[in-house]
Ligand binder design. Structure first.
Ligand code: ZN
Length: 300
């Protein structure tokens, strides 16, 4: 007699729950794994590609770009050079069985100008002998930044390497002792000398060195064209070829090279293009760096 249908909520609620859980999981994967898309000079353009079993290949401006998997589909992460001119540009995507183009617009962006006074004048106008050393070092630094290692996994969910105060933003146009110099290709975080610097994500130590401008430096290869660099260290605590985990100490904050005080210069290179490291950090961490506050819980 009781022909009442099975109560609907019992059937639909778990379905709804699964849908919500799935949505949250995909949002979490997006937020945790990908940098923020900011198509400006020195920024990153994140392009969602088709879900496919095999990774598509993508090229921009004659370079192969990093393609990573997140939330069941592929994403191309395009590093835009600081010297790029605003306007429409094209990403070429080779998917299984077809080639297509994705156009996007590089938006104009105004970076601040920083005037810095250095007591050591040779750091502003080096001698011919020092210039020869600088050229040799630049060739090696550029080769390291363009390094591409095949890797199954590429972790782009970065932690900040140190907590401190952001003293010089990415892209700042710099005037040293009244002379215009190259724009800032990383960020500077000021912290007491000796503060441990931790790997923002796992990878392999690509190179270490002691350079004229950059001082003691470590390069981490995160795989497939994602390389990070750490400069002005007092000590280097890793060696070339060493595998490192997220949060592992790679060195200590110092004042080697061209500095006005102890700080970490942090650079992020995407397929040989130096881009804004802040795009790889969660927004609360960026806000904390701008205020010099603590937000990050230590890694045990
Ligand atoms: Zn710097």
């Amino acid at each position: 007699m009781n022909a009442a249908p099975a109560p609907r909520p019992a059937r639909t609620l778990p379905g709804l729950f699964l849908l919500c859980a799935g949505l949250l999981a995909s949002l979490a994967a997006h937020a945790g794994r990908l940098p923020r898309s900011e198509p400006v000079p020195g920024g990153v353009f994140v392009s969602a590609l088709a879900p496919a079993a095999t990774p598509p290949r993508a090229n921009y401006d004659g370079r192969r770009v990093l393609v990573i998997r997140g939330a069941g589909r592929w994403y191309a992460l395009v590093g835009i050079p600081l010297r790029a001119r605003p306007g429409k540009v094209v990403l070429t995507v080779h998917e299984p069985g077809r080639t297509r183009t994705v156009s996007f617009r590089i938006r104009p962006h105004r970076y601040p100008t920083q005037r810095i006074t250095l007591k050591n004048k040779q750091m502003v106008t080096p001698s011919p002998k020092e210039l020869r050393r600088i050229r040799r070092e630049l060739a090696r630094i550029h080769a390291d930044l363009r390094h591409r290692r095949p890797s199954r996994r590429v972790d782009t969910a970065f932690r900040t390497p140190i907590e401190g105060i952001l003293t010089s933003p990415f892209g700042a146009r710099r005037i040293l002792n009244g002379k215009p110099r190259q724009p800032h290709s990383g960020i500077d975080i000021a912290a007491p000398a000796g503060t441990p610097i931790r790997a923002p994500a796992g990878g392999e130590v690509l190179d270490t060195g002691d350079y004229y401008f950059n001082g003691k430096t470590v390069f981490i290869d995160h795989g497939r064209g994602l390389v990070t660099m750490y400069c002005h260290l007092s000590t280097i605590d890793v060696r070339r070829g060493q595998t490192i985990k997220t949060g592992q100490v790679i060195g200590k904050v110092g004042r080697t090279g061209r500095v006005t005080g102890p700080n970490l210069h942090w650079g992020v290179s995407l397929d040989g293009t130096l881009v804004n490291p802040l795009l790889f950090l969660p927004k609360p961490t960026v806000a904390a760096l701008k205020q010099g506050a603590r937000t990050q819980s230590p890694i045990p």
